[in-house]
Design a protein around this ligand. Structure first.
Ligand SMILES: Cc1cc2nc3c(=O)[nH]c(=O)nc-3n(C[C@H](O)[C@H](O)[C@H](O)COP(=O)(O)OP(=O)(O)OC[C@H]3O[C@@H](n4cnc5c(N)ncnc54)[C@H](O)[C@@H]3O)c2cc1C
Length: 289
């Protein structure tokens, strides 16, 4: 069957004029009733051999791979997306160097009159705790004034851009009149391992809200393609449901009133995962002694 048939909605709108659209996936042809997860297990089995009993269930194998950062089988899946996004969001996204992409050219094309105008209820106050971020909504009157100012500035910039093009200025230079909230578009191809790395960083609460919207949309698009992988990622990635402790944090936990006894157990039916927890629990509560 065609893997794209697993995805009910192939395009998700983002911000006021943007979107993420799923264009293609490898593997595209998958076994009937399956998902692209099968290809991850298939790739991993080369390591273990078909007869290995402990890794003979695809879902369990994928969870094991994710838990132990055995990442290369996830690189066997490729996703191609069409993304329309403001340039300042694109600047953040393109820092992720493991993609292959092709972007609309402002040297060849006249850029469209499309700018991201945040709605007044999404204008955020500068955070006092995080120098890079904004958090709470700002006073609504000020927010409205700011939104209006952006709109006026964009109208003016675009008018001057067209005037300069009409006067004969090259497209590659006239575009300097356009601000960072102009929308751009690209095709973005990335393997699943690196896409998950990008998504963990950019869906996280420390990332700017505008790029988080895109990260969440991509998660929604790819989940039907690789549901077991996304479940394992949510369970084991330290920026999703799991947590990474520093040595100091580990020691604080050790010195706290949290019970040190051996009945502290995890809610898992997987015997290997339970065994791994026993070993970690020993490391946490015994190694410091
Ligand atoms: C909340 C947040 C705030 C940020 N703020 C800033 C900022 O203020 N200024 C700024 O400049 N950046 C900033 N960044 C960008 C950040 O520093 C990274 O450049 C970006 O997140 C890409 O991460 P990456 O290199 O792990 O990802 P990718 O480029 O996708 O690379 C994936 C992995 O491949 C490996 N890799 C890729 N290329 C190389 C290479 N050349 N050499 C060695 N290993 C490589 C690394 O292991 C890397 O983790 C910010 C990112 C976040 C999430």
């Amino acid at each position: 069957m065609d893997a794209l048939d697993l995805v009910p909605q192939k395009q998700i709108d983002c911000l006021d004029k943007g979107f993420v659209k799923l264009i293609d996936v490898m593997p595209r042809i998958i076994p009937d009733g399956g998902t692209c997860d099968y290809a991850i297990a298939q790739m991993a089995r080369v390591s273990y051999g078909a007869g290995t009993k402990t890794v003979n269930e695809d879902k369990g194998l994928i969870r094991y791979l994710m838990r132990h950062s055995h990442t290369s089988p996830f690189e066997g899946i490729e996703l191609k997306l069409h993304v329309k996004l403001p340039i300042f969001v694109a600047r953040q996204m393109i820092r992720h160097r493991t993609c292959s992409l092709n972007e609309i050219s402002g040297r060849y094309s006249i850029m469209k009159d499309e700018f991201y105008i945040p709605s007044p209820d999404n204008i955020r106050k500068q955070s006092t705790t995080n120098k890079q971020g904004g958090d709470e909504p700002i006073d609504l009157e000020l927010a409205k004034e700011y939104s209006e100012q952006i709109e006026l500035m964009c109208d003016d910039s675009y008018k001057k851009y067209i005037e300069m093009l009409d006067a004969g200025v090259s497209r590659e230079q006239a575009r300097m009149l356009l601000p960072l909230n102009l929308y751009t578009e690209w095709y973005w191809k990335q393997d699943l391992h690196n896409l998950l790395h990008f998504l963990a960083l950019r869906a996280d609460s420390h990332a700017q809200q505008e790029i988080r919207v895109y990260a969440e949309a991509i998660i929604q698009l790819i989940t039907p393609l690789v549901p077991w992988t996304i479940e394992a990622w949510n369970d084991y990635h330290p920026m999703r449901g799991a947590l990474k402790l520093t040595r100091l944090e580990k020691e604080a936990l050790y010195n706290s009133d949290i019970c040190h006894d051996n009945v502290l157990d995890i809610d898992s039916k997987n015997s290997r995962e339970k065994q791994e927890w026993n070993e970690k629990r020993d490391r946490l509560f015994k190694s410091i002694e």
